[in-house]
Write a protein that binds this ligand. Structure first.
Ligand code: ADP
Ligand code: MG
Length: 602
């Protein structure tokens, strides 16, 4: 039998390789822009015709190539950037695989002009389908211009696979943004079909972002800066109110190279926890500087995926850096379970307003003690709730405030201008900016109380009121067992308990947010939830108790609320760590923004 294995001819091998590197016009854009940067260009022009299907041209003022190099550049594995495998772990260039130009030339018609400053004349090379057609000298400026025409002209299947011009142009612009954001110290321009889409002068990162995304972005940017032994992180995140339901403003760079990494994206999402409406993505432009040997870029031909040696620590560093910035710039609710709550409670807020449901007189209340109530708990953060939920409204335009509620007799305007009223004794309705909010009062209050009790237990900071006439409780044998487990936690949230005498307990005092007539119900509810399962660890016990108390003590559907109580509820809710879901995972509010309203009147 004959041997049957043969080596593929170069142009076939290149065409196969092109399948990995060149997926669409945007891939060519990326490779050409990166080559220009590697060639130390300071001015880079991108010229596109027909969303790149007809022409993709990059003109740079970089170092250029000699006549020999110009030809070699189109050979596979021809690169000036690495020489040995060790170099792979000390990369300071974008490229290193030496296959981009070979791949591109295999599936398109390429014309390149290139000149080094030492040479008098430039080299002009024409290649089509991987074959050099002509090579000659010409007069041209220093630098390189590479024009790629009729992409996939010789691979009809791939050409037919291309999407509409709108889609392909979108991909091109995305790649252009990624490179341009990574290099604000270089000037870039993008012209499509003779129209200039971007002209980006040299500047700093903030200026670059403003030039790309418009001046509206300027006051949404929050700086991030963190240096550790593992990594430096710097850049900007966007305020939560600028979060969008569509992806697109997420930019990670590792050593100035754009990378995709869902793990690190997740770190950012958790840092924003409780600040975003459902399904919204926070924007970020973050730069990691890492030792080149701690990353592996060579895991994918397009080099947009990276393997990190210290992925776990990067996750933690990133998360805390973002949290830190959100907190520093007072965007996050100031509630933090790890912090001493007394430090940020202005004294006059402690007895600021009446609380729903009715609060009994607190005989033990001492303004100089460290105790706090729900008002105090949310005091500082409440100033920010408005901006927190403004994100629900259109952030695109300074849309006119809703006129919907302005003439309603029952609506009230607070000092800050938000209007509230109650609907069906069940929903608190509020409007600010361009959003209308319907809040389920019961679920909202459950959330507020739940977080309050958690905080009380963590900080031992509850206030309680002594009962004039102690309440007697009679417990079953099983309840007695549960009771002894929960007694320490019950004390933390403000219950004052007499000594247990057999099956009898005396309740001497109750939390100040609990009314006397609800005290018994608290215990019934607690024992009910323990009937099915008793959690073992302290964390779950705390969680169960906080939920149980929140359920019993929350404002119920059907209760009428004064305006002050409505406002208080909204303020307290938006001071919570989580604002979307009740402790029982039910949606707390629905919102209607301008677009959604307009749709309804279509
Ligand atoms: P890589 O970038 O991985 O080295 P490419 O196929 O993209 O591989 O490019 C091959 C070589 O051609 C590069 O290593 C570089 O020496 C040269 N080259 C490509 N583009 C340019 C350019 N715009 N200016 C100068 N040299 C270039
Ligand atoms: Mg390259």
């Amino acid at each position: 039998m004959e041997d049957i294995i043969a080596l593929l001819p170069d142009h076939v091998a290149n065409q196969i390789a092109a399948g990995e590197v060149v997926q669409r016009p945007a891939s060519v854009v990326k490779e050409l822009l990166e080559n220009a940067i590697d060639a130390k260009a300071t001015k880079i022009q991108l010229i596109i015709a027909d969303a790149g299907k007809q022409l993709i041209q990059v003109v740079d003022n970089g170092i250029g190539m000699s006549a020999t190099d110009a030809r070699l550049a189109y050979e596979r594995h021809a690169t000036s950037k690495i020489k040995a495998s060790d170099d792979l772990f000390a990369l300071h260039t974008k490229g290193f695989r030496g296959e981009a130009l070979a791949s591109i030339a295999a599936v398109a018609q390429v014309e390149m002009h290139t000149r080094r400053s030492a040479d008098e004349l430039a080299t002009k090379i024409k290649i089509a389908g991987g074959e050099v057609k002509t090579q000659e000298l010409l007069v041209a400026p220093v630098g390189t211009s590479i024009a790629v025409s009729n992409l996939f002209f010789n691979v009809p299947a791939r050409r037919n696979f291309l999407k509409s011009n709108t889609v392909e142009l979108r991909h091109i612009i995305d790649e252009f943004h990624r490179v341009a954001i990574a290099h604000p110290d270089l000037s870039f321009s993008l012209v499509q079909n003779g129209t200039e889409l971007f002209d980006l002068p040299v500047g700093n990162l903030r200026q670059r972002l403003v030039h790309i995304f418009g001046s509206k972005i300027d006051d949404k940017l929050v700086p991030v800066e963190e240096t550790t032994t593992v990594s430096g992180i710097q850049g900007y995140i966007l305020k939560p109110e600028a979060a969008k339901r569509t992806r697109g403003m997420q930019f990670f760079f590792v050593n100035d190279r754009f990378v995709k990494n869902s793990f690190l994206h997740h770190a950012i999402m958790t840092a924003y926890e409780g600040l975003l409406i459902d399904g919204a993505y926070p924007g970020y432009f973050l730069f990691f500087s890492l030792e080149p040997h701690t990353i592996d870029i060579n895991i994918h031909p397009t080099k947009t995926e990276v393997k990190f040696e210290n992925e776990q620590s990067l996750y933690a560093i990133l998360r805390s850096a973002v949290k830190h910035s959100l907190g520093l710039f007072q965007i996050a609710p100031t509630l933090d379970f790890d912090r001493d709550p007394n430090l940020d409670v202005p004294y006059q807020q402690k007895d600021a307003s009446t609380k729903a449901p009715k609060i009994e007189v607190d005989r033990n209340f001492n303004p100089f003690s460290s105790g706090n109530s729900t008002q105090a708990f949310s005091s500082k953060a409440s100033a920010q709730w408005e901006s927190l939920y403004q994100e629900i409204g259109s952030t695109e335009s300074a849309a006119a405030p809703l006129q919907l509620l302005s003439d309603d007799a029952t609506s009230v305007e607070s000092q800050k201008g938000q209007k509230v009223f109650q609907l069906m004794n069940r929903y608190v309705v509020s409007a600010t900016g361009a959003a209308l909010l319907l809040i389920d009062q019961e679920r909202a209050h459950q959330r507020v109380l739940y977080e309050l009790f958690l905080s009380n237990i963590t900080h031992s900071s509850s206030t309680s009121q002594q009962l004039l006439f102690p309440i007697e409780l009679e417990l079953s044998a099983q309840q007695q067992a549960h009771f002894s487990t929960f007694a320490p936690l019950l004390k933390e949230v403000g219950f004052s308990l007499g000594d247990q005498e057999g099956k009898n307990i005396r309740l001497l005092g109750i939390p100040s947010v609990c009314s006397e007539n609800k005290a018994l119900r608290v215990f019934e509810e607690l024992f009910e939830s323990l009937a099915s399962e008793v959690p073992k660890d302290t964390f779950s016990q705390t969680d169960l108790l906080a939920k149980s108390l929140a359920k019993t003590l929350s404002i119920k559907r059907g209760s009428e609320l004064h305006t002050e109580e409505q406002l208080q509820l909204i303020n307290d809710l938006f001071a919570c760590k989580e604002t979307q879901l009740s402790p029982f995972n039910r949606q707390i509010f629905v919102s209607l923004n301008k677009e959604e309203l307009e749709k309804k009147f279509n």
